[in-house]
Ligand binder design. Structure first.
Ligand SMILES: [Fe+2]
Length: 354
């Protein structure tokens, strides 16, 4: 399977990855031929991309770092817990339980590299975003050598980082155009108001709460709510900021299309020492595959290929299945396979958007 922009899907192509609604129901099951009616419905629900089966590379597998079922369960848990805040206050029990399972699953995985893009639409954005920020930030925590106790506090904070948004009106949250100054102030207030919601909960560690308060602080002091600088921002706050920005960049929003992973990596790197610490960004980048499986690439030889597999130790040099020769002529099966790690003279010149 490979990711593809929704507006480039041809009717009859086969869905490669099940799409779930944010309340945990199957919307379209993997293996379903995509009719015009389904494509129209997905467009109306504002999905930006989906996964399809590409017959040229039918055996491509895109590995998520946690099991799909656990991810869906976490999205549903967050949706329920956040939805109930106004009625019952914060119910941490269920969130804490599912977050611990995410941490355990990540700790048990010895191939920690982000290569699956998280499918989300308008409706599921806040909940899927919370879970993905938790997953991506926890991986960074593992790479930084945090122990299980610290990882669990960090992960819980990441899961809750945007809880304050439940107190921002939908009108502002979902506004497609530019926010007015007043709306922007109210939006920014979610970091502090989220922290205020949680501060009196004794069972929640200060190391979790700090992620909520500090995930919009920037290394150069230009962030909010306090404008803290450098290492005055707690490590967990800094991890939260990186995971939050990475996930937001790689998601389709109403005002822009998603960045592809290699573009998001470039952007993050350009902000090193400004918005983020250089050391943390460098470690983070080593956990993200710039060219995940299914990416269509142009090589310096002129040939076109599809990423088949990510080399875990050198993610920037994947294994590629060639599908077009240098003159642009389609090749036929069996397609040649090139391991870019073993072909140092070949470079990736372009990612072809498909
Ligand atoms: Fe936020």
């Amino acid at each position: 399977m490979r990711p593809i922009d929704l507006d480039k899907v041809q009717p009859g192509q086969i869905l490669g990855k099940t799409i779930f609604t944010s309340d945990g129901r199957v919307l379209l099951r993997e293996g379903t031929p995509l009719s015009l009616r389904y494509l129209k419905a997905l467009r109306e629900m504002q999905y930006g991309f989906i996964y399809i089966v590409d017959p040229r590379v039918p055996d491509i597998e895109v590995q998520d770092v946690i099991p799909e079922q656990l991810r869906q369960e976490a999205v549903l848990t967050i949706r329920r817990a956040f939805g109930d805040i106004c009625k019952t206050g914060v119910n941490l029990q269920a969130i804490s339980e599912v977050t611990s399972r995410i941490v355990e699953s990540i700790m048990a995985n010895d191939e920690l590299i982000v290569q699956m893009a998280d499918l989300k639409n308008h409706d599921s954005y806040t909940f899927s975003h919370s879970v993905n920020v938790c997953v991506v930030g926890t991986i960074l925590g593992v790479k930084l050598g945090l122990d299980e106790r610290k990882l669990k506090d960090l992960a819980l904070g990441l899961m809750l980082h945007d809880i304050g948004k439940m107190q921002v009106s939908e009108e502002i949250l979902l506004k497609a155009g530019r926010l007015t100054e007043d709306e922007y102030t109210r939006m920014q207030d979610h970091a502090r108001s989220g922290f205020d919601l949680l501060r009196s909960i004794q069972s929640l560690s200060a190391h979790a709460k700090i992620v909520v308060l500090q995930h919009h602080e920037k290394y150069d002091g230009t962030g909010y709510p306090k404008g803290l600088k450098g290492d005055d921002i707690h490590l967990n706050g800094q991890i939260g900021a990186i995971a939050d920005v990475y996930d937001a960049l790689t998601s389709d929003r109403t005002y822009r299309n998603r960045f592809l992973p290699h573009e998001a990596i470039e952007y993050l790197m350009s902000q090193a020492s400004r918005h983020f610490s250089l050391e943390l960004i460098t470690t983070f980048i080593s956990t993200v595959a710039p060219y995940p499986p299914g990416t269509v690439l142009k090589l310096s030889s002129g040939e076109t290929g599809i990423v088949h597999e990510v080399n875990m130790r050198l993610a920037s040099r994947p294994v590629v299945t060639l599908v077009q020769d240098a003159s642009g002529k389609d090749l036929s099966a069996p397609f040649p396979i090139v391991d870019l790690r073993a072909a140092p003279s070949l470079t990736i010149t372009k990612v072809v958007s498909t």
